[in-house]
Design a protein. Structure first.
Length: 162
């Protein structure tokens, strides 16, 4: 499919576009929705203090022929583009039970190659999270997701209250 057709078509839920192929995203389950809501709410309550904006399901053009739609992306300041063409501070993906590691790793690689400093992957069933950066990956074993510039410390306990 040509990029123009993808960009002029509405999908519900939104789909990703990778090298001419429209890819559906796994979502729609209660634990996924609750975690996404908790993330957006956590950032919303701290938007002024942190000077960031959290955007759910925002299209991000990570490559001329690739558009990803992360569950949440966090931008410094306020977003000004309808489709982000500059790397956000962080991209957050919430694992659905049908996600495969191969497909998730492709997304992570796209985000990092695009210049996203932090990719967080959260599993609502195990209540665990992993942090991916250009320096490597690690589990957030101390229960806190962090960024620098701006400094953000997000306790997983704030997200997994339910």
């Amino acid at each position: 499919m040509p990029i123009e057709e993808y960009l002029n078509t509405s999908y519900s839920p939104d789909c990703e576009y990778v090298d001419g192929v429209v890819l559906e995203r796994n979502l729609g389950e209660l634990d996924h929705s609750r975690l996404q809501k908790a993330l957006v709410g956590w950032f919303f309550m701290r938007a002024s203090e942190l000077a960031v904006e959290a955007l759910p399901e925002q299209r991000v053009q990570v490559h001329p022929r690739r558009f990803r739609v992360p569950d949440v992306c966090v931008v410094v300041g306020m977003a000004t583009e309808q489709i982000l063409t500059q790397p956000p501070l962080a991209v957050i993906e919430i694992l659905s039970k049908d996600d495969t590691m191969e497909r998730m790793q492709e997304k992570i690689d796209d985000y990092l190659a695009f210049g996203v400093p932090y990719v967080w992957v959260l599993n609502p069933r195990s209540r665990k999270a992993w942090v991916y950066t250009s320096q490597g990956a690690h589990e957030a074993k101390d229960g806190i997701l962090r960024t620098e510039q701006p400094a953000i410390s997000l306790p997983l306990a704030d997200l997994f209250r339910v």
